[in-house]
Structure formats: C-alpha cells, structure tokens
Design a protein around this ligand. Structure first.
Ligand code: 5GP
Ligand code: ZN
Length: 118
C-alpha cells in the first residue's frame, strides 16, 4: 500500500489542505463529517498518522487505535447519541468496500441504522 500521503484526501483534510467540517481534534486524531452521510450523524474519526488500513497497523499503533474509540465515545456524548446508540465501522480492503486508504472509524447514529451488515 502506498505511503505517499500527498494524494491522500484524509491527510489533506488533516493538514488543512482540503475542506471538511471538522467536529473534533486532538494531537492524535481529527474527526469530520462524512461528505455523503448515511444518517443524521456520520462522522469519520481519523488518526493523524497515515495508516492505510487495519492491515498496516503496527504494534506501536495500539494506543492510537484504542484512542479512536475513546474519541467516538466523547463525540457521541457531545452529540447526545450515547444513549440512543450508534454504530462504529472500519472497512478494510475490497470486500468491505473501503474507498479511502487512510484508516478511519465511521461513527453513525442519530436514527435507527438500517443498512445491512454483510
Ligand atoms: P470507506 O468506504 O473507505 O470506509 O469510507 C470512505 C468514506 O469517506 C465514505 O463514507 C465517503 O463518503 C467519505 N469521503 C470520501 N471522500 C471524502 C471527502 O473528501 N471528504 C469527506 N468529508 N468525506 C469523504
Ligand atoms: Zn492519509
């Protein structure tokens, strides 16, 4: 998988070189609204480090990957969907439909999610 990040749309968003509605930032991650939301809340939580997919996670990334879920919890609480619930998805590779090869956690909620799981 390519490690050239200059053509990576999520790296460009992280470095303010492409527009996005950013909803959360900290030193490790950026989170922004998905450009094609499938529910009232559809946020992508993205590590600032370019990791192409789960397949490229290294042992030293474990804390960072765990942090994605802590951020999901924080954003869900901020948007008041913690109790109504939400779905977290990470697609990996062709069979999943992964379209952007910079690892990202989809946080989807605000309505009963309808789309099939497989
Ligand atoms: P994947 O299928 O790779 O898990 O999901 C990629 C997601 O990124 C899709 O839901 C798609 O709508 C979103 N996306 C693709 N390009 C952009 C973009 O330029 N800006 C934003 N905000 N979302 C994008
Ligand atoms: Zn990237």
């Amino acid at each position: 998988m390519s490690t050239d990040t200059s053509n990576c749309i999520f790296c460009r968003i992280i470095h303010n070189q492409a527009p996005a509605k950013i909803v959360y930032q900290d030193p490790l991650v950026t989170a922004f609204n998905d450009i094609h939301p499938v529910a009232p809340v559809h946020i992508l939580i993205v590590p600032k480090k370019h990791i192409s997919s789960i397949n490229e996670i290294q042992p030293e990334d474990e804390q960072l990957i765990g942090h994605l879920f802590t951020v999901a919890k924080v954003i869900a609480a901020q948007l008041k969907i913690a109790d109504s619930g939400y779905r977290c998805i990470i697609n990996t590779g062709p069979d999943s439909g992964q379209a952007v090869f910079h690892l990202h956690l989809h946080l989807i909620g605000g309505q009963r999610v309808r789309f099939p799981m497989g």
